[in-house]
Design a protein around this ligand. Structure first.
Ligand SMILES: [Zn+2]
Length: 114
């Protein structure tokens, strides 16, 4: 499943960060999920809770921040509402995706550093 490989990559990344900082423990992991990422937050949460057993993330709850898609005009900067034709009313420039894209971003790791 898609979510499982993402969680696997996430835990690996957290492990690497924790090792780089000499952390004793990880207390919380926060991840931003873009609306258009195709990631199901509930599945992701379930996958994380299953996978974190026995890893450095075992005692670190996951916080998911969902980022709604936001579009604007690449030329004049006008906000373009989602669901509308994805081009600017004023100058007909194709919309640019500002936020909530296909990204899954590691936002923050709370860890215990000696
Ligand atoms: Zn425009």
């Amino acid at each position: 499943m898609h979510e499982y490989s993402l969680v696997q990559a996430l835990v690996k990344r957290v492990q690497a960060e924790a090792a780089a900082h000499g952390a004793l423990a990880v207390h919380r992991v926060s991840v931003r999920i873009g609306e258009l990422s195709g990631v199901d937050p509930e599945l992701f949460q379930t996958a994380y809770d299953t996978f974190r057993e026995g890893t450095i993330c075992a005692k670190a709850p996951l916080t998911l921040l969902r980022v709604p898609a936001a579009w604007s005009c690449a030329r004049c900067g006008a906000r373009i509402p989602p669901g509308a034709a994805l081009s600017c009313d004023r100058c007909k420039t194709p919309a640019r995706l500002d936020e909530g894209g296909d990204a899954l971003t590691l936002e923050q790791i709370e860890m215990e550093v000696p």
